[in-house]
Write a protein that binds this ligand. Structure first.
Ligand SMILES: *Cc1c(COP(=O)(O)O)cnc(C)c1O
Length: 477
């Protein structure tokens, strides 16, 4: 239907001005956060969008009030979507302990304090005894050496960088022998063959997917072979009719042939995690003991510290890496060292299970989670509004996950809170929680929103009650 220009012109006159929008509550909020220049830009955008919309819809009545409401809603949406790209604290109610999308390991209280202390000037490369330049990373490296039994340690940006670095320095232009059972992909963007190709080494696959024998390695070693690579398959298990040489067998074989043995164990445990329910996680110290020349692992998986790639091994190899120009490009900053040092100190004083959140969460018993879940549900039911609403809160049995590509077969029993509502769909509830001021990340199973308190810090239980009742309480009261 052709629109009358006069009519839509008068409708356009009802659009709010930029100044008017800057005085609304959302306008003031945007102004305070971004400053005037940017606030004006996004408000103009919102008004222009609105103008386009009503241009196609002149049949409707558009009062000044109505248009301002629409513009405010539009500004709200634009602002929220812009903010959703930043980094914010979330409550992880997924039950996945090492959640790569949610920042992997949450840091310990000590690590948080250490970071705060390193924010400003700090002793990153300064020796207080001599008043001269000190060695960067010395304390974190010595603690790691002590805890793993390695002669030397070097710390880089992450485990992928560590693997790339080791292979580039020691295998570039030569051959790397690896079992077909270990040509794995870890978490989508770390694929062993790709890292190898990037490092300039040639891949020499041996054995079969399920079985590789010492002779398979032995027969593959030639004058161009530089490295035997062992990769911990992390998020993947081959079970049944399987065989693979032990690390010490491989070490003997490698050293008899004058090649290096390098193991990428990915997560890598510093202490035995059998008591935590992870009997199969390889210990870094066991790899060192077995005679690997170099082993690499992540700082923010089972270790429970900041993102980092740790290279541990024999002095000759570690020192060659330290002197290599690539190290300068891969090294970490003061914040990482500070967090790593204090995380490792928890291990040294034997309080890792109590102090390091990843290990504490993994070792939490189902009964304890159930108790918290019951208390939380009780608190929710007592909240005015929630109590009388159409919500259902049920406690159901389930499993948490280690995540981070570690221990894919571990089964961590837990008690879940399942939330459903008479009128709201599970995805509406899930979305509202995800978009709340402190986002709560949940999952949906069988049309119910699932909360697993294993990954929620105990001091966040009260926050959870407040968030849920704030979101859904008033609606129904
Ligand atoms: C996770 C993992 C990596 C990658 O580690 P990042 O620290 O994420 O770079 C590499 N190798 C193995 C075996 C892993 O499990």
């Amino acid at each position: 239907m052709p629109s009358s220009p006069a009519a839509s012109n008068s409708v356009f006159r009802n659009l709010p001005s930029v100044d008017e929008m800057l005085r609304t509550s959302i306008g003031r909020q945007v102004l305070a956060a971004t400053g005037e220049n940017y606030a004006v830009v996004i408000i103009r955008g919102v008004i222009a969008d609105l103008r386009r919309e009503i241009g196609q819809d002149t049949a409707c009545e558009h009062s000044k009030m109505h248009l301002r409401k629409l513009a405010e809603t539009g500004l709200h949406d634009v602002w929220r979507s812009e903010q959703s790209t930043g980094i914010y604290h979330v409550i992880n109610a997924t039950g996945v302990v090492i959640h790569t999308n949610l920042g992997r390991a949450p840091l310990s209280e000590n690590a948080r304090r250490a970071i705060a202390g390193a924010f400003g000037y700090c002793t990153l490369e300064y020796d207080r005894e001599t008043g001269k330049r000190g060695k960067r990373g010395l304390r974190a490296e010595s603690l790691l050496a002590e805890l793993t039994g390695a002669e030397g340690v070097l710390i880089v940006n992450n485990c992928a960088a560590a693997a790339f670095f080791v292979l580039t320095v020691f295998a570039s232009g030569g051959e790397v022998v690896i079992s077909r059972g270990e040509m794995v992909e870890i978490g989508g963007d770390f694929r062993v063959p790709d890292v190898l190709a990037q490092s300039g080494a040639t891949l020499r696959e041996v054995g079969t997917t399920n079985r590789t024998k010492p002779d398979d390695y032995k027969n593959a070693i030639g004058k161009n072979t530089r490295v035997i690579l062992r990769v911990h398959p992390s998020n993947y298990r081959i079970v049944g009719f399987t065989a693979t040489p032990s690390l010490s067998e491989l070490a003997v074989l490698a050293h008899d042939s004058g090649v290096m043995l390098y193991e990428d164990i990915g997560s890598g445990a510093i202490i035995d995690l059998e008591n935590v329910g992870l009997p199969d996680e390889p210990l870094v110290s066991r790899s060192i003991e077995a005679g690997v020349d170099v082993v690499t692992f992540s700082g923010d998986k089972l270790l429970g510290g900041p993102q980092a790639g740790i290279i541990a091994g024999k002095t000759v190899f570690i020192e060659r890496l330290r002197k290599h120009p690539l190290y300068r490009a891969l090294r970490v900053d003061k914040i990482v060292y500070a967090a790593l040092e204090s995380t490792l100190e928890s291990y040294r004083r034997d309080s890792a299970l109590a102090e390091i959140p990843v290990l504490r969460m993994l070792s939490t018993k189902k009964a304890e989670i159930e108790k918290r879940a019951a208390m939380l549900v009780k608190a929710l039911r007592e909240k005015p509004g929630v109590e009388t609403s159409e919500f259902r809160f049920e406690l159901v049995d389930g499993f948490s996950a280690v995540g981070g590509g570690a221990a894919p077969t571990a089964s961590l029993e837990t008690k879940l809170i399942a939330i459903s509502h008479k009128d709201l769909s599970a995805s509406q509830i899930e979305k509202a929680l995800r978009l709340s001021n402190t986002p709560v990340i949940t999952r949906i199973t069988n049309d119910r929103v699932i909360i697993d308190l294993r990954t929620v810090a105990e001091n966040e239980d009260a926050d959870l009650v407040a968030i849920i009742s704030h979101l859904f309480g008033q609606n129904s009261s």
